[in-house]
Design a protein around this ligand. Structure first.
Ligand code: ADP
Length: 447
């Protein structure tokens, strides 16, 4: 087991990882920018190292500073959290070259899945169903027209290097296609420094369903069931639940089995999420994330298994603590992402939190790094906390969620809490009857 883990992240996820380390009796080091000197993860860690000024590229993305912090403190492993360097293959390689364990998959696996075209090819080879579309990058408009006509409009143009919902354009007819290709290419080039794009059939009313998987790096793969993350705004998840209200037990076991076998065949190590769109009973792979996800707590709630403990165990060579047959699902869980944003316009609302009071009671979990008097710096993403609610079934979970949202107080800044208070009373949400476009339509109608 590791003696000391360095946590290369901030906010709620830094705290989440820190808690797991403490439970396992592992010493913790956190790194932080000058803007985060007062952050909760810095206060609670055994050691902290300031690695630079506020902009992420000078601090949380600065590989040299982070490796230096490991060497100074004698950390033997790094947990990257999500975002920042968590899916940076070069970072994983550099750590390995310094004999520091990256708590995550190998650089090669990150590289394959980070390139969406390569990821889709790999998924197909492993027997995972994919969205119909081009076999690889499309460079010629003529070729694009031929492919789009063959799969049928509407189609979506996606950046191979894409992420965070950027670099995607829908073309509803051949007339739209050229412009969509051009905009997708230039957006991808500007955002990711790689303008390769590919074409997929645009599904009209799918749900976003993702499977939590784990590999032990020695050829064993398991799945921890699925999460439904269909409630999205601008391709960003807002509300996540497990299990999906749309799947039956047979579909769940089928897609879980497909994913677990693929992970085993790949020789994958650590946590991963295989993302699908699901429409009319069919699953279509869209991408794989090679890290812990923001929404992992809903899976922890229904399985009772700490996924960060598992990540640390696997990375240290101790293997998974569970076999597939040990993973059982209990009840229902929902997560609401509480952002420091206006609940209607979603413009960021940084500033000082004058009062912060979290709900409690059976089945309630709040993962957050903020506190009363905390000043939210304007440099990073606006997630300030996650409310995760568990109940014996979806109805109980929703009743408890409504109550918990009423108790939650965040004063001094705007947050997305009012949006969730609206959603929890909505009939479609109560019935679990929504697809990936539902939330955008709902928000547009409210204006
Ligand atoms: P990113 O890596 O940027 O998050 P994804 O490929 O995971 O991109 O897609 C993000 C979201 O975009 C999906 O959850 C879905 O809402 C939408 N999307 C992606 N591909 C398609 C598709 N073929 N048809 C319809 N919607 C899609």
């Amino acid at each position: 087991m590791f003696q000391k883990i360095l946590i290369a992240n901030r906010g709620e996820i830094a705290l989440r990882v820190l808690r797991a380390c403490k439970e396992l009796g592992i010493q913790t080091v956190v790194v932080h920018s000058t803007a985060d000197a007062d952050a909760m993860h810095v206060r609670l860690a055994d050691e902290s190292v300031c690695i630079g000024p506020p902009p992420s590229r000078d601090s949380y993305l600065n590989i040299h500073q982070i490796v230096a912090a490991c060497e100074i403190t004698g950390a033997d492993a790094v947990h990257p959290g999500y975002g920042f360097l968590s899916e940076n293959a070069k970072f994983a390689d550099i750590l390995a070259a310094h004999n520091i364990t990256f708590i995550g998959p190998t650089g090669d696996h990150i590289r394959i899945m980070g390139d969406k075209i390569e990821a889709k090819r790999t998924a197909k080879r492993l027997g995972i169903p994919v969205v119909p579309g081009s076999d690889g990058a499309v460079t010629e408009d003529k070729e694009a027209k031929r492919i789009a006509a063959a799969i049928g409009y509407p189609v979506i143009i996606k950046a191979s290097a894409g992420g965070g919902g950027r670099g995607m354009k829908v073309a509803r007819s051949e007339a739209d296609l050229e412009v969509a290709l051009q905009t997708a290419r230039s957006e991808a080039g500007a955002a990711f420094g790689d303008d390769a794009v590919y074409i997929e059939k645009y599904l009209q009313k799918p749900r976003h369903i993702e499977v939590q998987v784990f590999g032990d790096g020695a050829g064993r793969g398991v799945h921890f069931g699925e999460r439904d993350c269909s409630l999205q705004r601008r391709h960003q998840k807002v509300w996540e639940e497990a299990p999906s209200p749309a799947l039956n037990a047979e579909e769940r076991a089928h897609i879980g089995g497909v994913c677990a076998r693929a992970i085993a065949d790949l020789g994958y190590s650590g946590a991963g999420t295989i993302e699908f769109l699901y429409e009319d009973g069919q699953f279509y792979f869209i991408e794989m994330n090679t890290r812990l996800q923001v929404e992992h707590p809903v899976t922890e709630a229904i399985t009772g298994i700490d996924l960060v403990h598992e990540q640390i165990r696997v990375a240290s060579g101790g293997g998974l603590s569970v076999r597939q047959e040990d993973i059982r699902f209990h009840g229902h869980a929902i997560e609401c992402r509480i952002n420091a944003e206006d609940p209607r316009t979603f413009t960021p609302s940084p500033g000082t939190i004058t009062h912060f009071h979290t709900p409690g009671g059976l089945g309630i979990r709040v993962d957050s790094g903020v506190y009363s008097g905390y000043k939210i710096p304007p440099y990073y993403d606006s997630l300030i906390g996650k409310l995760i609610v568990h109940g014996r079934n979806r109805v109980e979970c929703m009743m408890r969620l409504r109550r918990a949202l009423d108790e939650f107080v965040v004063d001094g800044i705007k947050t997305t809490l009012p949006l969730f208070r609206d959603l929890v009373g909505n009939a479609d949400i109560a019935n679990g009857d929504y697809d990936i476009h539902w939330l955008e339509k709902y928000l547009a109608e409210g204006d």
